[in-house]
Write a protein that binds this ligand. Structure first.
Ligand SMILES: C[S@@+](CC[C@H](N)C(=O)[O-])C[C@H]1O[C@@H](n2cnc3c(N)ncnc32)[C@H](O)[C@@H]1O
Length: 350
């Protein structure tokens, strides 16, 4: 067997075919393989070096991430602590607020109880210097309590604070058998309707702002507009300060003033009322209380000229032409002065 290998064409020296024996070839091959291996080893080493540097970078990044994580967890821990402290503060604050609310409620109930007294003191101060006579309705008009007045006079819709007022106003109109009545301030017209029932012939003139300017708007005069009394009611729609009373001079038996509650408004309405009043007629003002200080101030000034009645347990004041409220002899009531004596006696004997 021929052990030689033929190498064609590429020999450096010539184009001749060189025949190499296996003896020569084996070391040559070994040399080539070794060269290849060392080249691979170089590549692998370079790769390994790169991988190592990447591992190193990852380790550094890991360390940094760990540090950052520690920092963040510290911050979170700190914030948790702050949150817990805040929650504790909030709980304390809540209990303080609850305590304060309770004490405020206690104070409020005292203020509520004191309210009417404070209002009475304020009213007293506002009326100081005026000439007033404070009497029960039945002390001013004899036997007025025997009159029957419709409960419909209680005016929930107009939100009056004292419902008794309207029952009393209508009772006075009935008692006087007033045929001609003038009302300043129509509002929903409930009082107007009941005033028109004072007698079967009563005529009421009621005045209010034009509906587009009045608070009751389109509902102005609602209670009488479609009633059986509407033909005996005249509704004037204008500002009372522009009202010319000359057409009604000395005509009215009764004037009810319940319109503009400013000082100038009540003054103007009162002056017109006196012009329109018949001799012996009556004027009643509504809302004479601490909530309407201007009404009280005006009445104080007015009463210096003509003494005025204050009707007890109401917000009403009255003027009676020809009657001096200060010298007026109140109607004597045969009322048992010591009506609580029986109850006290029973209490004692227990
Ligand atoms: C308290 S309300 C009248 C309530 C009504 N008298 C009753 O008993 O149901 C007062 C009214 O006066 C009217 N008013 C206020 N200022 C006025 C003014 N300058 N001229 C005419 N009316 C006025 C308001 O529009 C309102 O309807």
């Amino acid at each position: 067997m021929d052990e030689s290998i033929r190498i064609g064409g590429n020999a450096a020296s010539s184009n001749e075919v060189v025949t190499l024996s296996r003896r020569v070839l084996r070391p040559l091959l070994r040399w080539t393989v070794r060269g290849r291996l060392s080249e691979w080893a170089r590549v692998i080493r370079a790769d390994a070096k790169q991988i190592l540097s990447q591992v190193k970078a990852i380790r550094v990044a890991g360390k940094n991430a760990h540090r950052r994580l520690q920092k963040v967890s510290k911050t979170v821990e700190h914030q948790g602590e702050t949150l817990r402290a805040f929650r504790r503060e909030m709980t304390e604050f809540e209990s303080t607020v609850t305590r304060n609310l309770r004490s405020m409620e206690r104070h409020m109930s005292v203020v509520r109880k004191l309210g009417p007294y404070l209002m009475a003191i304020e009213e007293e101060q506002l009326l100081q210097g005026g000439r007033f006579r404070d009497l029960y309705l039945s002390e001013i008009w004899k036997d007025i309590e025997k009159l029957e007045v419709s409960i419909g006079c209680i005016n929930d819709a107009s939100q009056h604070t004292n419902h008794i007022n309207l029952l009393y106003v209508v009772a006075v109109a009935k008692h006087l058998r007033a045929k001609q009545i003038f009302e300043f301030g129509t509002w929903l017209g409930k009082t107007t309707y009941h005033l028109a029932g004072a007698t079967d012939e009563t005529h009421v003139v009621t005045l209010d702002l034009p509906p587009d300017q009045a608070a009751s708007g389109a509902h102005q005069g609602h209670f009488f507009k479609t009633s059986d009394r509407s033909s005996r009611i005249t509704a004037l729609e204008l500002d009372a300060r522009d009202f010319d009373a000359s057409g009604y001079e000395g005509v009215m038996d009764f004037v009810f003033i319940d319109g503009d509650h400013s000082y100038e408004g009540v003054k103007s309405d009162t002056e017109n009322a006196l012009r329109m009043l018949k001799p012996g007629g009556t004027v009643i003002w509504d809302d004479c209380d601490g909530k309407n200080p201007d009404v009280l101030r005006y009445l104080r000034d007015f009463s210096r000229e003509r003494a005025v009645f204050l009707i007890r347990n109401t917000c009403l004041a009255a003027y009676r032409d020809g009657v001096d409220a200060l010298t007026f002899e109140p109607i004597h009531r045969d009322f048992p002065q010591d009506w609580k004596a029986g109850a006290r006696e029973r209490e004692r004997s227990r």
